[in-house]
Write a protein that binds this ligand. Sequence first.
Ligand code: NAD
Ligand code: GLY
Length: 362
Amino acid sequence: MKTLTVALGERSYPIHVGRGLLDRGELLLPFLTQPRAVIVSNSTVAPLYLARLADALRGVGVEVAEIVLPDGEQFKDWQTLNTIFDALLQRRSERSTTLVALGGGVVGDITGFAAACFQRGMPLIQVPTTLLAQVDSSVGGKTAINHPLGKNMIGAFHQPKLVLADTDTLRTLPDRELHAGLSEVIKYGLIRDLPFFEWLEENLESLLSRESPALAEAICRSCENKAEVVAADERESGERALLNLGHTFGHAIETGVGYGEWLHGEAIAAGTMMAAQLSAQLGWLASADVDRVERLLRRASLPVRGPTLDVERYLELMYNDKKVQGGHLRLVLLQRIGQAVLTDAAPLPEVRRAIAGRSVNA
Ligand code: NAD
Ligand code: GLY
């Protein structure tokens, strides 16, 4: 097991990465304020892993309740959130009961938001089971649900007490989901870590064939990057926005085609290509580097073109982005591979050209 730390003063917390961690209740116990926990999972992950985690907690004397949500991005909404509150109230959960999110980013985000709101805030532990959640969504305290008009629009910052990433859970992950997770892994190389990008170019096949040492390395290096950024800028007043490379375009894709149609990581991959293309149009990124980004995303079986949405529809959705300030679109673009910048300098005609050039029939 390797342990990293998200350094946030008295709210600092560890990220444990390793094999077989689901069975180790003693790793969670020190982070529980009272020996009661409610595990929230979904209808796909619960049959695979819920009993193991619950048994591990009961084995160290913790009273455990379970909430199982429907599976899917389309359920990351008010109605499903309310079912968590219903269950917590029916079970007389207290402010110091700990919520444990067991699943991918959808379960993590909605459970995190429930923990932020219930009785004005209860402790949260993240137990991510997708690659995407292990490298990104479980770390950093962003929690949210979607709104029909915009992705992750309703939410709160609520840091977990602990992140427990059991890499063995990735064995049951469908290929498409593994690929989607690689999109966020590649993101860290692109925005701030050229050596990691080069490592990914070297080791992608090992990741695709799920070799444990390669997966552990990719997860740890991703979490190191994310932990550094979050420690420097928890509430996204600056540097943290760079973690949103491809997201303004990608969130527009997810909302535009309907939640759950494109996976989050797939939308981010196509959005990353739009950002790379725009960066090249502005004279920042060499066109050879745009090709290099595209090659790596393609090798990871990720889409490098957006879906058939009208360019104006893209723009309409992009103006709902949380980075819009004073009515101005702000985008994360690339100055080179390994260096990103948040900018409002892209003229709208260039943004339109990048979307049209990197989407199907736009
Ligand atoms: P997901 O949560 O929908 O999980 C993907 C699928 O895999 C689901 O069907 C799930 O049930 C299944 N699954 C999960 N673990 C499994 C396992 N071990 N074996 C088999 N199946 C498994 O999707 P995701 O990609 O994990 O997360 C995407 C979400 O994360 C989006 O809503 C996105 O907005 C959010 N996100 C949040 C942050 C953040 O900082 N909070 C960052 C990135 C993404
Ligand atoms: N996934 C973007 C962030 O955590 O800031």
